[in-house]
Design a protein around this ligand. Structure first.
Ligand code: NAD
Ligand code: DAU
Length: 352
């Protein structure tokens, strides 16, 4: 394989920044260019480690601005694209869907148009589109999503991601662009933005704040450690088949209440002055259209590409809690800014 020169969109966000760490730590002979708008969820601190490294470059850019995308990137020397940039939070998509349609659909469209140009100029090797299991809708008690499960998105977020998946597919069939899509389950790990369930619970425990559990807490998610996810994406970029999709997950279903209990247990051990943290649990209004259950069947990536996760849930969730305990200034800065306003008004609404 020629030297890999990877363009990473959304590389200052949670999974994108973990991907940059994985790629640069695991390979010497690779360069990474991150493009990111730095929305509320993007944070250059996530990439501090690579500042000044000749293998790393950052370009501030909004993927919904077509002229900016083309003026800044049409002559860029890259041979792979990993497309992570998106609006990612379901609750925010319910409050304001427009940004989701713009970024996830139109932004992805412009990235595909750029990829088409780079492909015809220099022969781009692969365009990897990072998508979600939420495009498949909600499961009942049994079964798991496979690559053949029909699309049935239920939130503005998942509908906008589903739209982008269809565009990616169309660019393979129509233009022969070497695309691959991955659909993964809920990630957790370092740099996870505090609005999401796991970091929210860790940080509220640390601050002695209520732990808001939607509805009955029985909804099920299939938790994937972000470092396993990033290794899987790298594998798909190297060995995946163009025009195909791969589901990524680790058969790790848990209901929300079990996750919250696990975090409380770990916090009792690591933050004994707040124990028992369970007393902070508060059942609040349910999310509208709340999908009951997600579960990924990862047989295809396991059987065809030989993928195996490296981490077990018990060690990875503890590593995650430790990361938040050790990186106080990272989250304190976020909690003292704009995000706090969003959280307080969201929490007020959930209690009403
Ligand atoms: P995130 O919200 O933490 O990060 C998104 C990043 O995209 C941020 O850095 C943000 O600044 C950037 N961005 C947003 N709009 C942009 C724009 N218009 N132009 C350029 N950059 C922009 O999200 P995440 O959790 O890291 O998710 C990354 C990808 O993975 C998304 O495509 C998401 O749909 C998908 N995904 C996430 C999960 C999960 O559990 N977090 C699971 C499945 C799939
Ligand atoms: O399945 C993959 C998806 O996982 C990704 O595509 C999304 O980008 C990502 O945000 C995530 O979506 P979820 O909606 O599943 O994640 P979230 O962390 O928001 O919620 C997880 C579960 O916890 C969900 O059932 C709602 C519930 N929840 C969430 C929050 C924030 C609570 O009970 N209380 C909360 O305060």
């Amino acid at each position: 394989m020629k030297q890999r020169k990877i363009l990473v969109t959304g590389g200052a966000g949670f999974i994108g920044s973990n991907f940059v760490h994985t790629i640069l730590e695991e390979n010497q002979d690779v360069t990474v260019t991150v493009v990111d708008k730095l929305t509320y969820a993007g944070n250059l601190k996530n990439l501090d480690k690579w500042k000044g490294d000749p293998r790393f470059e950052f370009i501030k850019l909004d993927i919904t601005d077509k002229s900016e995308v083309f003026s800044k990137l049409q002559n860029i020397e890259v041979n792979e694209i990993a497309h992570f940039a998106a609006e990612s939070h379901v609750d925010r998509s319910i409050l304001g869907p427009e940004e989701f349609v713009k970024t996830n659909l139109m932004g992805s469209f412009y990235m595909l148009e750029l990829a088409r140009k780079l492909y015809s100029q220099n022969g781009l090797r692969v365009f990897l589109h990072v998508s979600t299991d939420e495009v498949f809708g909600s499961l009942g008690e049994d079964g798991a999503f496979t690559e053949k499960t029909p699309y049935a998105p239920n939130s503005p977020y998942s509908a906008s991601k589903a739209g982008s998946d269809h565009l990616v597919r169309a660019y393979f069939h129509t233009y022969g662009l070497p695309v691959i899509t991955t659909n993964c389950s809920n990630n957790y790990g370092p740099f996870h933005f505090p609005e999401k369930l796991i970091p929210l619970m860790i940080l509220n425990c640390l601050q002695g704040k209520p732990l808001p559990v939607y509805g009955t807490g029985e909804n099920i998610r299939d938790w994937l450690f972000v470092k396993d996810h990033c290794l899987a994406i790298d594998l798909v970029m190297r060995d995946g088949k163009f025009g195909e999709t791969y589901n990524i997950g680790t058969r790790n279903e848990k209901n929300n209440l079990d996750i919250v209990h696990k975090i409380c247990e770990l916090m009792d051990e690591k933050n004994p002055k707040g124990a028992p943290h369970k007393k902070l649990i508060q059942f609040v209004k349910d999310r509208p259209g709340h999908d009951f259950r997600y579960a990924i069947d990862p047989s295809k990536i396991e059987n065809e590409l030989g993928w195996k996760p490296k981490y077990k849930f018990e060690e990875a969730i503890e590593q995650t809690v430790d990361w938040f305990l050790e990186n106080r200034s990272w989250w304190e800065e976020i909690l003292s800014g704009e995000y706090n306003k969003y959280y307080e008004s969201q929490y007020k609404e959930l209690k009403s």
